[in-house]
Design a protein around this ligand. Sequence first.
Ligand SMILES: [Zn+2]
Ligand SMILES: [Zn+2]
Length: 277
Amino acid sequence: MKLIAWLLLLTLYLGLVKASVHVISTNETYAGRTAAFGPRLLENGKFGYLIEPQDPFACNVVEPVYDNWIALVRRGQCSFITKVRNMQKSGAIAVVVGDPDHSSWVTMYAPGDTTDVLIPSMFLTRREYRSLIRLTKLVDGPLMVLMQPEDFITWPLFDVLIIVIISPCIMMSFIYLSWKIRQRQKHKQDLAPVDVVMKLTMKIFSREKIRENEAEECAICLEDYADGDELRVLPCKHDFHVSCVDAWLTTQKKFCPICKRDITCISTSEVTPLLDA
Ligand SMILES: [Zn+2]
Ligand SMILES: [Zn+2]
């Protein structure tokens, strides 16, 4: 249960920090990860021109070319926070930092006070960064993009929810059901068939005809036999009220409640002659 909670938290975290760059002209979306510092991307995102600054590493402040521009900068040479601060000073409304060499995900982090950072930023791995750079060089003029937070409800939270919670539930239900069915089958094997029970000997109790060693009470309901009671005599010669023992044999166990012998297996010849009626 603890593990599930952690996985959920992790998913929620991963989902919250995901972001993407959507290129308007090609309708393509590049997934990234938002920085741990600076403001969060709002639902309607940041709309602007994606431009690689004169200093591609953004380790220096540059002259702004457009009003609504989003800086597409390279990882390396100076810290993430330096790049974002420089681009903020250069008039950029957001920053996209791409890793030109590696394909591993990085959450851009900065120590100390970062409350001066007023623009959102995100990180792209090599594949996304290189595709975007290629695109900026292919098209005439600046590339219009929408930087937006990823819908964390649909992905990956929902998928992981299904995998982490719903799938095990379905599996547990299946296991439980098959266990139940097996239990029921096993229980059925423990019962005596009705037709076998019906063929067992019956007698009418009479106090006058009672012999030594013969039972005078039903071991199931613990009531004394009364004259005229219908008794069922099992192959082991133990007798009980018909209604008591028939219910016992067909719904509880196929064994004699006293001597535990299986009434479907034993024949009368196995029975001790002492108890023979
Ligand atoms: Zn009884
Ligand atoms: Zn018995």
